[in-house]
Design a protein around this ligand. Structure first.
Ligand SMILES: CC(C)(COP(=O)(O)OP(=O)(O)OC[C@H]1O[C@@H](n2cnc3c(N)ncnc32)[C@H](O)[C@@H]1OP(=O)(O)O)[C@@H](O)C(=O)NCCC(=O)NCCS
Length: 173
């Protein structure tokens, strides 16, 4: 039986992580984004999934800010992006293990709010729900159908509403 292990990325994984993102997305844009984010993100959660010891998937979480002018301070939030599973390893549950492990780490570092812009059919199984009905939006309303949020602790959003800003690296994609 295939063994899947999810673990923190190490320096020696850089090349494999680049290739996984490049192959999964069919081009280097997201792979380059990952490298740019390494210089901007703090904290950064970067996990690698190994299939029988071979790097097969990668997931990244970086800080985001909710611009809510009606309330002072910030709730500690992260954005899940990008996530990639090498096409030869897709549909074996690796992506799901990466998401679940990543959400556990977010909770563990006290970042109980996580956003994702992604496939609306895929992420609800991990606790994500549409963000727009809560008054939370990414860039402009054309993204509302795919923009989701997970509260890893009940009430973690504390009623925050507004635009959700990712790190500048995302604007260069
Ligand atoms: C999305 C991705 C990470 C999923 O990884 P995975 O290891 O295949 O995921 P799992 O095996 O855990 O889950 C497979 C499920 O993902 C769903 N899925 C995969 N790609 C999907 C897509 N484009 N739209 C909707 N659902 C998708 C499948 O429907 C499948 O669900 P099912 O098991 O109910 O049939 C992988 O397909 C990938 O790297 N895709 C290309 C890059 C990408 O789109 N990244 C995500 C950006 S939001």
């Amino acid at each position: 039986m295939t063994s899947i292990e999810v673990r923190p990325e190490q320096d020696s994984d850089r090349e494999a992580v680049f290739r996984i993102n490049e192959r999964a997305f069919g081009g280097p844009d997201e792979a380059r984004l990952v490298d740019r984010l390494r210089t901007q993100a703090d904290p950064m959660i970067s996990l690698v999934a190994e299939s029988d010891g071979q790097p097969a998937g990668h997931i990244l979480f970086t800080p985001v800010a909710i611009e809510d002018s009606s309330k002072p301070g910030q709730v500690p939030a992260m954005g899940l992006a990008p996530m990639a599973v090498d096409p030869q390893f897709q549909r074996q549950g690796i992506g799901s293990q990466l998401v679940r492990a990543g959400l556990d780490v977010c909770l563990g570092i006290d970042r109980p709010v996580v956003f994702v812009l992604g496939h609306p059919e895929y992420y609800p199984r991990f606790g994500f729900r549409p963000a727009a009905p809560l008054g939370l939006h990414f860039q402009d309303h054309s993204f509302d159908h795919a923009f989701m949020v997970a509260e890893l602790k009940p009430g973690a959003l504390q009623g925050r509403r507004g635009w959700v800003r990712y790190l500048p690296a995302f604007e260069e994609v």
